[in-house]
Design a protein around this ligand. Structure first.
Ligand code: DQA
Length: 150
């Protein structure tokens, strides 16, 4: 795989408070812990990684737009915007690179309003319910997908 391959990891609202936010659902790892784990895993594959979080829908849309021609894959945990955001759906449609949707919890086991995702229809794959391993497995998937492209 080319060392130039780069993955953008985006995380949405309220996930900046991981560690203190509903630990029985989301675990005790902080977002910084998850970022460190992702960095370690991406490095193993020779992938460069950009890790960003925002509580704002428009900012997430702008980050996705900026990924066009900049990143080779996107891993996204849209948080609650997963279930509401046509704007994030539309932005993801434009990027033309593999998209992995991730969630710490398994939204399908939870309230009905979490069963719909605006990201799934534009995602290459979905990994959920595995805590921070959801992110790490998404990096494994990105490495595998980009490897097949070469
Ligand atoms: C989440 C699941 C969403 O339903 C929720 O709104 C979140 C976190 C997860 O990672 O499990 O903020 O995306």
């Amino acid at each position: 795989m080319s060392a130039a391959h780069s993955v953008l990891i985006l995380t949405g609202p309220n996930l900046n408070l991981l560690g203190q936010r509903e630990p029985s659902i989301y675990g005790t790892a902080t977002l910084a812990d998850i970022e460190a784990g992702c960095h370690e895993r991406a490095t193993r594959y020779g992938l460069s990684m950009t890790f960003k979080q925002s509580n704002h829908e428009g900012e997430l849309v702008e980050m996705i737009q900026q990924a066009i021609n900049t990143h080779d894959a996107i891993i996204i945990n849209g948080g609650a915007y997963t279930h509401t955001s046509v704007a994030i759906h539309d932005a993801l449609r434009m990027v033309g690179v593999p998209i992995l949707e991730v969630h710490l919890s398994n939204p399908h086991q939870r309230e009905e309003f979490r069963h719909q995702s605006f990201i799934t229809p534009v995602a290459t794959g979905l990994i959920c319910g595995l805590g921070q391993d959801s992110y790490l497995l998404a990096i494994d998937a990105v490495a595998s997908l980009l490897n097949k492209e070469v």
